[in-house]
Design a protein around this ligand. Structure first.
Ligand code: KE4
Length: 431
């Protein structure tokens, strides 16, 4: 029987780093990645037959758990009718209608195949619609690997970014301004200096790419005001939070707290594809009309709106739209975080967590971090030891301290209890 180690060794011969996405290689936590053979409900099984409770859920999509019967049936039926046509289908209309039904700020959506493609296209649309090139993103937010978005803060305030990746020419990120998340002072200064030159501000409303950091209400309210005042578009990257933290996505939470709040463009992915390659970006007709074939902003894709992926996404959205779904998911996720915090407190280990809907995060520190710098200053050594102590006990958390975690509807009270009791043992080793 192949082992994780033998598969990893073989994979590295033919795939760079042995993985098709870097975070899967366990380089942040060390050790050998688990090669997954199959999954069902809240569980994964690796190549050695070892079972894990899965808190990654494919980095968000598997909100129903693995192998939901209604989703499987929809995917099998769709595949039998044809895997791809390169022509419009009714199901693309149905999925667009299902997304729009839950997100009042979106009147039209364009379906694509990945969050990167959706974020890249939303940026191009914002630039095309405003005729401006500059835009703001925040340190610690990830919007996919399009060149203009692979950028870190420049030195000092309101200076333009530097590429975070080789192969990205400096001129491509010359118009990308990177600010500190939740930093009102930097936001005010940046808009004062060049607000009228900004095409947009792109933000993860709850930043799941620095584990779990909420944008504060004062920050988000001021961001909305400044964008409106200067004619810059507010782009919500909800690839991770969309249909995950609430049925109406994160923007519905801000709209509850800030009357009339809405972003101008939204980016979705993960949950809306139910685990198949599907993402989307959308907004008011006034903005979406700039897109080809109507307008001059070009964007296209061979597999956009793929008939099997749309079937998977539709079946998923149908299930999560059922009454009580998010209340049950949120209480299960809250029970997990409360259980972990209680176990850490009993062991005297500085540990704090937060959650919204089916998304959670935790840090080895006393207070919830408000920005990337604080997240990266938390206790990495303890995180990595905890990760492996839990993995050894059959609990699979995200293999990096800057990643979020996800609970599915298939995680029952038993899985939460098993996880918390494993954590009690793991925290005891961290004293
Ligand atoms: P994809 O191109 O990976 O489908 O989506 C990019 C993306 C865009 N926006 C946000 C907020 C995202 O979280 C992502 C992708 N998330 C990562 C997890 N941190 C995917 C995991 C990976 O890169 O393998």
């Amino acid at each position: 029987m192949a082992t994780n180690a033998s598969l990893f060794e073989r994979a590295q011969r033919v795939i760079p780093g042995g993985v098709n996405s870097p975070v899967r290689a366990f380089r942040a936590v060390g050790g050998t990645p688990r090669f997954i053979a199959r999954a069902q409900g809240p569980h994964l099984w690796d190549a050695e037959g070892r079972r894990y409770i899965d808190y990654i859920g494919s980095w968000g999509p598997m909100i129903l758990g693995h192998g939901h019967p209604a989703v499987l049936e929809a995917v099998q039926r769709a595949a039998r009718d044809g895997c791809s046509f390169g022509a419009p289908t009714e199901r693309e209309i149905e999925l667009a209608e299902a997304i729009i039904a839950q997100v009042p700020s979106v009147e039209q959506v364009r379906l694509v195949s990945s969050g990167t493609e959706a974020g890249m296209s939303a940026l191009r649309l914002a630039r095309g619609a405003t005729g401006r090139s500059k835009f703001i993103k925040f340190e610690g937010c990830y919007h996919g690997h399009a060149d203009a978005l692979l950028v870190k803060a420049g030195s000092g305030l309101a200076t333009f970014g530097h590429p975070t990746s080789a192969g990205v020419p400096a001129e491509v990120v010359r118009d990308t301004l990177v600010l500190e998340y939740n930093n009102l002072e930097q936001l005010e200064a940046a808009f004062a200096a060049q607000g009228d030159e900004l095409a947009c501000v792109m933000i993860e409303p709850i930043a799941g790419n620095m584990n779990f950091v909420r944008a504060s209400l004062p920050f988000m309210q001021r961001l909305r005001e400044l964008c409106t005042q200067h004619g810059a578009l507010l782009v919500f990257d909800e690839v991770m939070t969309g249909f995950r933290v609430a049925l109406g996505s994160a923007q519905s939470l801000y709209a509850q707290a800030i009357p009339g709040f809405a972003p101008d463009l939204s980016v979705f992915g993960k949950v809306i594809g139910g685990g198949m390659p599907l993402a989307a970006f959308g907004g008011p007709r006034e903005l979406m009309k700039h897109l080809a074939p109507l307008g001059p902003v070009y964007q296209a894709g061979t597999l956009s709106g793929n008939p099997v992926a749309t079937a998977c996404g539709l079946a998923t959205l149908h299930e999560i739209s059922k009454p009580g779904f998010f209340e049950a998911l949120a209480s299960r996720t809250q029970a997990l975080v409360a259980g972990l915090m209680g176990a850490a407190s009993d062991a005297g280990v500085p540990f704090v967590g937060d959650s919204q809907g089916g998304m959670f995060g935790f840090f080895f520190t006393a207070e919830l971090p408000q920005n990337y710098g604080v997240v990266m200053a938390t206790d990495k050594e303890r995180f990595n030891r905890f990760f492996h102590a839990m993995l050894d006990r059959g609990i699979y958390f995200a293999p990096a301290l800057y990643e979020a975690g996800f609970v599915s509807a298939a995680h029952g009270a038993e899985e939460i209890e098993t996880t918390v009791s494993a954590a009690r043992e793991a925290f005891a080793t961290l004293r």
